[in-house]
Each structure stands twice: as structure tokens, then as C-alpha cells.
Design a protein around this ligand. Sequence first.
Ligand code: NAD
Length: 301
Amino acid sequence: MAPSHAALDSAARAHRIDGRAIARSLDEETAAAVRAIVARDGAPPGLAVVLVGEDPASEVYVGRKIEACLRVGILSFEHRLPAQTTQDALLTLIARLNADPTIHGILVQVPLPPHIDEGMVLSAIDPAKDVDGFHPVNVGRLSTGTGGLVPCTPLGVMMLLDSVIDDMKGMDAVVIGKSNIVGKPIAMLLLEREATVTVTHIETRGLPDIVRKADIVVAAAGAPRLVKGFWVKEGAVIIDVGITRMPGEGGKARLVGDVAFDEVQHARAVTPVPGGVGPMTIACLLANTVKAAQMRNAQKK
Ligand code: NAD
């Protein structure tokens, strides 16, 4: 039987996984790796960030990524193109960046304007420079467990899990959401660790019962407070990827996750929103840029 809310309220508080602190320590490692690359090659890794159009959310994300590059010493090259840019012009820019030896990572901010075929553009990026890990070659490598560049948010989710779980072998994990950029790659990474993985989605029947069996819950649905306290097994580890902007006090937006954080204090550990997965995504983008530079150097030897 599910524990009552009163019982849940009186339980010990779950460990709050501090994504900001874990992202900071990853940034320190990345900055050290950048210094080592500069010492060896005389120049830092370069990241090209391509933004097409004036989507305000995309402008904010791109601005944060560029600021983050500065923090760890990665050189960023911003390419801002007007909304009416043709697909051919964008593909020409990508071909130029693919051939440019000073560029180690290429990031095309999505969504792209509707007249541009996103799949075609992302597939045009050299897989060795695909720091978002969206290229079909990198997707294939992830699903066969053969290396490559892994999408940033899923990579961050695994680091958060690693901060509280020594060995995921045999654990029951449920992933809520099956998108190509979040849910599916997370499921692949959990499988690589030999967890037993159930992937669920909007059409899944009996989601609360599935979640109740899980030792690891990764919620990536974009459905605010979907995961209730009584869905969660005592001692589970919960990673909340979801971000929904809701109206907050004084007309300011507030970010709400997919998990009813206050109801899951009987879990072993849980990430807050904000301050959980969010900070890891950019830190992993920087780490992927360094990884791309290191992979290129290893090839040269
Ligand atoms: P998406 O819309 O592409 O996919 C959502 C998935 O969740 C779908 O598979 C859908 O079937 C499933 N889903 C939706 N509602 C559900 C419900 N009620 N029950 C069960 N399954 C449900 O979204 P996405 O790009 O995968 O992102 C998911 C969430 O993660 C969003 O809130 C997004 O903002 C957030 N996100 C956060 C970060 C970060 O850095 N923290 C990065 C990427 C995405």
C-alpha cells in the first residue's frame, strides 16, 4: 500500500543533489584540461556557436554558453545569422566550420526557423565536432556503447547519479519521457551501466505503479509536478530534468520541475529545480568541447 502523505511528511529529508556545486567542480576539471591543451598546442579549444533568428529563449541560452566558455578558457566564436538565412547558406557555414582547424566543437542552437530542415543541418556537422551529440553517428555510437560525443543533458544526469550511487548494476530505473535529446539517450546510458531500464511516455499505462518499483527515477516529461510523493519508493534516487516556466510572484516566471519535490522527501536523494540538472547541461557542453579537442589530438598521434 502507498504510504500516506502524513507518513511521507514525517520521514527523514532526502539528500538534495546540488547540481550547481557538481557543475562547478566539473568546470574546474575542464579549465585544467584547457590549460593542458594550451600548454601542449599553444591555443585553447574553439567552440563555434551558431544562432539563426532572434528567438529570445535561444538568445539567452547562447549568451550563457558563451559566458561559460570564457570562464573555463575555451575560445567561442559566435555566428548570428538573420531569421531569413537560407538552408544552403547555413550548410555552407557548417562546411566551413567543419574544415576550420581552430574549431573543435560546433553547436547549432535549436529550434531553427521552420524553412530549415533541422535534421539535415545537424547531420551536416562533422561527428567529431558534434558537441551536442545529436549527429546520427554519435547516436549510433551511444546505442552501441562505442564512445563518441554524448548529449549534454543526459551526460549531466549520469554525473548527478554518480554523485550518489556507486554502482547502478541491476538497479531498476525508470525514465519518464522518450525524446531523442533527453529520454532516449538517458535510457541508453543507464543500460550501459547495466541498470534494468523502463522507458515511459505520454501513452504509458499505469505510470505510478511503474515508478513505484524504481530505484532510479529520471523525470524528463516537461509536465509540472507529475511525479507525486506516493509514486516514489522509499530510498529511490530521483533526477528531475523537467523545466516548466509558470507565473510566479510579482509577475516573475518561476521554474517548476516534473517532480513534486516537497512530497518526495522519503527518497534517498533528489535534484531540485532550479539548481539540479540545469547547471550540468552547460558544464557538459564545455567538457564535450575539451573531449572533442582531445580526440582530435589523439588521432594526430
Ligand atoms: P519533449 O517534449 O521532446 O519530450 C517529452 C517526453 O515526455 C515525450 O516523450 C512525452 O511522451 C513524455 N511525456 C509528456 N508528458 C507526459 C506525462 N504526463 N506522462 C508521461 N510522459 C509524458 O521534451 P524534452 O526536450 O525531452 O524535454 C523534457 C523536459 O526536460 C522539458 O521540461 C525540458 O524543458 C526539460 N529539459 C531540461 C534541460 C536542462 O538542462 N535541465 C535540458 C533539456 C530539456
